[in-house]
Design a protein around this ligand. Sequence first.
Ligand code: MG
Length: 310
Amino acid sequence: MFGMIEGTGFEVIDPSFGDCLIGHARVERLWTGARWSEGPVWFAAGRYLLWSDIPNNRLLRFDETDGSVSTFRQPSNNANGNTVDRQGRLVTCEHLSRRVTRTEHDGSLTVIADSFEGKRLNSPNDVVVHSDGSIWFTDPSYGILMDYEGDRAESEIGACHVYRVDPSGTIARMIEDYVKPNGLAFSPDETELYIADTGISHDPDGPRHIRRHRLDADGRLSGGEVFATCTEGLFDGFRFDRAGRIWSSAADGVHCLDASGALIGKILIPELVANVCFGGPKLNRLFICGTTSLYSVFLNVNGVSPIGGR
Ligand code: MG
């Protein structure tokens, strides 16, 4: 497990990326056996990571205390993106049931959103929770395009949008000019919202970039310019570190973007990467969902905690 994994490594494009690395730290393959790994989320209190194996209809759990992996939930309704809210509760996007749910402290599920203006959502993909309690999620059509990651169906809404559910449960459509909105994350100070558009997955001329939106104190969005375009495959899910760098999935591994959007370096992974998240007690361990496997690497950076603090 601690030997060099073939096909892994680091590519330093800008010298500043070298400062993010620990000289002797290597990429570890923690587990393999999934069909499509996505949606990693770190639970600090329990020192475990949950992630989705979408086609296998399960949520998996990596226990950092002993390195074991077990099934957390099966069936998972083809769960995709996950996050944790400020109360430490799991929030999950489900393809099959075309909804976003929250797992309460007693283990019961609460439906956060399953429709907009009377029409079923497509297949919620990724989700973040703002410190004001609002839940933001993307709703592309991947889960209804095939029977592989959900049930094939026509889109009732007819387009792919970004939604916000406020703490009272009211859902609002916030952004409607994406082809396939996918991963999303707030900047560390929550004044900006970054969203990936993976439209290139079904259109060779489609977008494969991350756009940046400004979010004012009243919750209004503005801007929306292209922040960075992926140079290898597409950006799916991504996370911020505390210095404002983005660590994003890409076809050849993890791409690190500085605050200007420049690609400063890569963590090379021998499988296509769909998503990442920071974990470990110091949030300095990047967990990487790479198709069939879960990888991790210790970095000389610290992630932004989704539950506040630090
Ligand atoms: Mg995604």
